[in-house]
Design a protein around this ligand. Structure first.
Ligand code: BGP
Length: 486
């Protein structure tokens, strides 16, 4: 079956395969702190991840601790060439990675960057380009330099804007001719829920006010606009996107109060796309701030920056949908990505309790496209699962049919959205190679097509093995999605 086969010509009962646009950016996604390791090599400073050995579940540690899997992670810092070669073998068109801010500015507030850190990403970028892979770079992915957290309380401080702008300018000047796609902040809306991880905010969450949190995310929004401005000047061929954590929110029942409650909850996330795309705070957001007693310090210059430097595209992560209800007695919470939501009684969940909803991806794509009319990029989606290494014909592998089914079903819905007329730029699966989980800091929560021999206790050889899904994704890419089933 080819991507152009009409439905009527297919085997009786089978639907035609989804059709993806030419040039669709197939690939995989990672973040520096979850793959690189080498936490104190190459002149790198400490980041907040170096004091988060357990992820977001427990308070930060005093300093680096040996039980932090991210100190070595999967050793991408030393193995990047082999890993990128494996991505190329799968046919990746793009590879999403983040730059560790503390490799470039070890403390975050220096005037001059660390050349050794810059040179490392030169090598990573060149290795991608050698294989015809477009780098997709996240400027800040949950790895604020620790010094900025401890000295300034992270993004609560307006001073972070200037430090981030300097950092972004260094990146555009150095890599702008080689890197076309840039994301300013990973899941910017998560600052409100995971202040240390997402906002580099050292003050414990229970001591922060709503004003602190909204002010911090305001600073990030202004910094994002300044980075977009800098990209236009220094890397005119670059495209800059925002990155939001998407969680479609369904009313738990058809009761109009539930519908309104769902809209209100969903808008707490939609606001960030609205601001990045339209360049101003929406009325519903301002109302929510007023009612929460939050007065933001917004300057005229901030407003002008937001308005003038809007994004080229919207990227997002998608793992779970949630429900909402106005009836407190029905608010049975389930697990979400970073923050929870009311559980959906119709859906099954992963081993980590994340409810699985492929149709939700089509919902989000249509909703975002209708709302913003900007190209959309799915830069995270995938199944975290426990994998069992087995030996087939003398070769270690994982028979991960569950992961193949998950990805197939989500991609089939992306195909539906494309058929709906949504402009989708690409799709990068989260954790294309096994990595350390952001929320739980486990290695046993595996997402990859490539198995990494490392365990939660730190044991393992770090050897890489192809899972069954490796060949499956290779086929999907080679056929531009025509091998998918629906
Ligand atoms: C997103 C983060 C990623 C990633 C992913 C999966 O929120 O942007 O960094 O880790 O979720 O989450 P987890 O690692 O908690 O399974």
């Amino acid at each position: 079956m080819t991507s152009t086969t009409p439905a009527s010509a297919t085997t009786a009962g089978a639907a035609s395969a989804p059709v993806f646009p030419d040039g669709f950016l197939w690939g995989g996604a990672t973040a520096a702190n979850q793959i690189e390791g080498a936490y104190n090599e190459g002149g790198k400073g400490l980041s907040i991840q170096d004091v988060m050995p357990q992820g977001i579940a427990t308070p930060r540690a005093e300093g680096p601790t040996d039980d932090n899997l991210k100190q070595v992670a999967i050793d991408f810092y030393h193995r990047y060439a082999d890993d990128i070669a494996l991505f190329a073998e799968m046919g990746f068109k793009t590879f999403r990675f983040s730059i560790a801010w503390s490799r470039i500015f070890p403390k975050g507030d220096e005037l001059e960057p660390n050349e050794e850190g810059l040179a490392f990403y030169d090598r990573v970028i060149d290795e991608c380009l050698k294989h015809g892979i477009e780098p997709l770079v996240t400027i800040s992915h949950y790895e604020t330099p620790l010094h900025l957290a401890e000295t300034y309380d992270g993004w609560v401080s307006r001073e972070l804007i200037g430090f981030y702008e300097r950092y972004a300018r260094v990146l555009f000047a150095r890599y702008g001719s080689r890197v076309k796609y840039w994301l300013t902040f990973n899941e910017i809306n998560s600052v409100l829920h995971a202040p240390l991880m997402s906002g580099g905010i050292n003050t414990p969450k229970d001591q922060l006010t709503q004003s602190d949190l909204y002010q911090a995310v305001h600073h990030e929004l202004v910094a994002s606009a300044l980075a977009t401005k800098a990209a236009r000047e220094l890397a005119p061929n670059a495209q800059v996107g925002c990155m939001v954590l998407a969680m479609p929110t369904y009313p738990l029942t058809p009761d109009p109060d539930d519908v309104m409650a769902a809209l209100t909850t969903e808008r707490t996330n939609l606001a960030f796309g609205d601001i990045h795309v339209r360049g101003e705070y929406p009325g519903y957001y301002l109302r929510a701030l007023r009612e929460a007693g939050v007065t933001l310090a917004i300057t005229q210059e901030d407003r002008a920056l937001l308005k003038e430097h809007t994004v080229d595209f919207v990227s997002f992560s998608y793992y779970v949908s949630i429900c909402e209800t106005a009836d407190e007695s029905q608010r049975v919470m389930g697990t979400g990505n970073i923050f929870p939501g009311v559980a959906n009684p119709t859906l099954k969940a992963s081993e980590w309790g994340w409810q699985i909803d492929p149709v939700g991806l089509r919902v989000v794509l249509n909703q975002f496209w209708d709302r913003w009319q900007k190209p959309l990029f799915i830069v995270e989606n995938g199944l975290g699962a426990r994998d069992e290494l087995v030996t087939v014909d003398g070769v270690p592998t994982v028979i991960d049919d569950y992961r193949i089914a998950y990805l197939n079903d989500h991609l089939a819905q992306v195909g539906e959205a494309v058929a709906d007329g949504v402009d989708v730029m690409g799709y990068t699966t989260w954790g294309c190679i096994d990595l350390v989980s952001a929320s739980t800091a486990q290695l046993s929560k595996r997402y990859g097509f490539i198995y990494v021999d490392r365990n939660d206790d730190g044991s393992g050889t770090l050897d890489r093995f192809k899972k069954k899904s490796f060949g499956w994704y290779q086929d999907v890419i080679a056929t531009n999605g025509a091998s998918l089933t629906r």
